[in-house]
Design a protein around this ligand. Sequence first.
Ligand code: ATP
Ligand code: LTN
Length: 335
Amino acid sequence: MTEATEKKVMLSGIQPSGALHLGNYLGAIRNWVERTDEFDNYYFLADLHTLTVRQVPADLRRHTLELLASYIACGLDPEKNTLFIQSHVPAHAELGWVLNCYTMFGELSRMTQFKDKSAKHADNINGGLFTYPCLMAADILLYQPDYVPVGEDQKQHVELTRNVAQRFNNLYGEVFKVPEPYIPKTGARVMSLNDPASKMSKSIPEGCVFLLDEPDDIRRKFKRAVTDSDTERCVRYDPEHKPGVSNLMSIYAACTGKSLADIEAEFDGQGYGAFKPAVGDAVIETLRPIREETRRILADKAYLEDVYRAGAEKAARVAGRTLRKVYKKVGLVAR
Ligand code: ATP
Ligand code: LTN
């Protein structure tokens, strides 16, 4: 195979800090699945990242395996995607340290996720929370990816990664590929069902639809979804004035493939009463096969073990190549 026909590389990760939700699926995983054949793919579970916030150890272990099972259930075939657990590939922590030394205090201070999380966990504003983007930059740069598919909230971290990579390359030559963020058109920012001003997040469970939720729970959550207090009560896309309905429309569009204009026409004259259950049903049908398959895979621990072992082996080979180059460039003595 010639260079020109080699596939481009795609890489991303999710923290196993809780159950996966619709925002993670529509904003991230689904886009990974759609691009499987087109790219050489690396998808990992960012378990080291979760330590920035206090975790219950047994829950973290369970969530990590659940997330791996969900990756596969969502359609990430382990034969076509390198699936692995971050802590199984020591190069992440190693390059993370080096990049700490090439990232500025001021840059890290500007990260909105740091500001949000330190407000939320005011009793535990630890160093890891602050330097977390350096570990994320290492996660990415080790694999020389072309694209990093993430939801809108992670764009700032990918931009920082680009800046750090460029800074390093300016000092030492072309060591890192400078990656592009890859943000989906629909689902990039799924908002909470009970507060359309904040993103859907596991920390607001009532406004959050989890991939393993039963249909009845999903139906109930959509029935109670906050819509807008405007008088016209029609289904129209207007994120500024009608954030609740617009969020539901985006979810419906992402689950059915319909355009926003089609949806406005479909519910013309019907108000919110017919619309909300229709969105609930569309989500139920989208998530049904994923829930069933996740449960099936989770029961097969030996299979999961095979997947994460093989994934770590391949990932370590690729990551090791970049790490050795970095160590050499900065002047560390080769072992
Ligand atoms: P938390 O619930 O604690 O905010 P999280 O659900 O955002 O965490 P992450 O591991 O931070 O989980 O995110 C995993 C991926 O899902 C990232 O690519 C992120 O951009 C995407 N994502 C997370 N929440 C949403 C959302 N509400 N809408 C769209 N994409 C999202
Ligand atoms: N920071 C991300 C998770 C994450 C990630 C990454 C995403 C860690 N390392 C590398 C893309 C590439 C988050 O909190 N969602």
